[in-house]
Design a protein around this ligand. Structure first.
Ligand code: PMT
Length: 421
């Protein structure tokens, strides 16, 4: 068994001389137990044949957006989501530009827009095209969107010039695929990205952000648990916004029914104690944001068998207090993140309770939201929050949770930069 066993890779081959290396990449992936679903752009077919690619992949090549047969077998939306990882090798300047601007004018670009899976690109192009400010802008956009890069490398080009633009070797791409599938988002920056003219690193590049999200489930017996109505929408949106801002993001999530955000490493947990352990394992970090609705109490003695009606009255559940994750992470010490942000979910005396929580838990900021009856804060798509710090009270209007997340990350960036490193 390898970490690629039974993994399904959607491999998009775009048009460049390095397309011949995609054939070797397919072979290496299959040797390691992965299955490869190949997709070719029109340009790719000028360099390698669909027959060669399909023979090595042992699977049919998809190349038409409006193919009646393909749509009948598996629609293109489903094709884009059935994979564990989407890989583009080689990725031309053209396909990077289409991805960065959200164009969908052929099968490959449509799949890239429709997928809910992580995407890894292995660029290959002439060095002038790679270093062009337009390409560098697109690369910066894609990185901020959570797209992973492998290469390109410095080297001699097919056109006779020397510099950055060579596609990484198939084995290096295999390593990057394994890292992407095991949640390692710290793949090396592509050559030239930092030095390219006119490009700015995303604001949280090189920073690590840990976010908690969703509810916790505290078991009563093997079939019952204590829980709450958190959907994870707010916490997941924050994790996605931090990843778009260039951070390496670890999302520790209780049980939720929404998809994992792109470009984020997710650690699923059930109970408050598991959440605390996963958060502590994810530290050190620059920012910690506690958006999870952690159960304050758990049942002291979880029954090993399903509780039965005995006719002697209802069972009495004795509760114990759960560890406070936010207060634990906020404790002063070398491992305390530079910025610790908590939420306060209140139904009355909102500001008083938020200020008391800020002081009691020792965090730098509380995001206060009203969870009273009829607010739809738990589970809904919008939220109305007030940021509370030791010296500020900043009310925001009702906004979509994704907009709250964007604004929160934007608000935190200068505060983080102002901290002594
Ligand atoms: O998930 P959604 O449906 O999108 O809903 C979003 C939300 C309402 C869950 C979210 O916006 C929110 O308010 N999250 C915090 C909910 C909560 O438990 O608040 P609290 O006031 O009980 O806790 C205060 C803070 O301490 C929170 O940051 C919480 O994560 C943290 N905490 C609480 C208890 C505990 N044992 N450990 C903690 O870390």
């Amino acid at each position: 068994m390898t970490s690629l066993s039974n993994k399904r890779i959607l491999l998009i081959v775009s048009g460049g001389i390095a397309a011949y290396k995609a054939l070797d990449l397919v072979r290496r992936l299959r040797e390691r137990g992965a299955s490869v679903v190949p997709v070719m752009t029109a340009g790719a077919k000028a360099f390698i044949t669909p027959l060669a690619l399909s023979s090595l992949a042992g699977a049919k090549v998809h190349d038409e957006l409006f193919s009646l047969t393909d749509e009948a077998e598996m629609g293109h939306i489903e094709l884009s989501r059935a994979a564990d990882l989407v890989v583009i090798a080689p990725a031309t300047a053209n396909i990077l530009a289409k991805m960065a601007s959200g164009l969908a004018d052929d099968l490959a670009s449509t799949l890239l827009l429709a997928t809910d899976k992580r995407t890894l690109v292995a660029p290959a192009m002439n060095l002038r095209m790679w270093l062009h400010p337009a390409t560098q802008r697109n690369v910066a956009t894609l990185r901020a969107d959570g797209v992973l890069f492998c290469g390109p490398e410095d080297g001699a080009m097919a056109c006779g010039e020397f510099g950055p633009g060579r596609m990484s070797e198939p084995l290096a791409i295999v390593d990057a695929i394994e890292a992407a599938l095991t949640g390692d988002t710290t793949l090396p920056l592509p050559v030239g990205i930092a030095a390219a003219p006119g490009t700015k690193a995303p604001p949280l590049a090189g920073r690590r952000v840990v976010v908690t999200s969703g509810p916790t489930h505290e078991p009563i017996d093997p079939v019952r648990f204590i829980a709450n109505r958190s959907s994870g929408k707010q916490g997941h949106a924050i994790a996605a916004a931090a990843a778009r801002a260039g951070a390496e993001v670890i999302l520790v999530s209780g049980p939720v029914a929404i998809p994992n955000p792109q470009g984020v490493t997710v650690h699923p947990v059930e109970t408050a104690r598991e959440m605390l352990a996963a958060v502590e394992a994810a530290l050190p970090a620059d920012i910690f944001i506690a958006a999870a609705a952690v159960a304050d109490w758990r049942v002291s003695e979880e029954a090993t068998e399903k509780l039965k009606k005995t006719g002697g009255g209802a069972p009495v559940l004795t509760l114990s207090e759960n560890p406070d994750i936010l207060a634990t992470v906020s404790r002063p010490g070398a491992r305390r993140p530079a910025l610790v942000v908590g939420f306060a979910a209140e139904t009355e005396h909102l500001l008083d309770h938020a200020r008391a929580k800020l002081a009691r838990k020792g965090c730098d900021m509380i995001v206060l939201n009203d969870v009273g009856t009829g607010t739809d804060t738990f589970g809904g798509d919008t939220n109305e929050v007030t940021l509370v710090t030791a010296s500020e009270t900043i009310p925001w209007p009702r906004l979509d949770k994704t907009e709250i997340a964007e604004r929160l990350i934007e608000t935190l960036v200068p505060r983080l930069e102002a901290k002594p490193s």
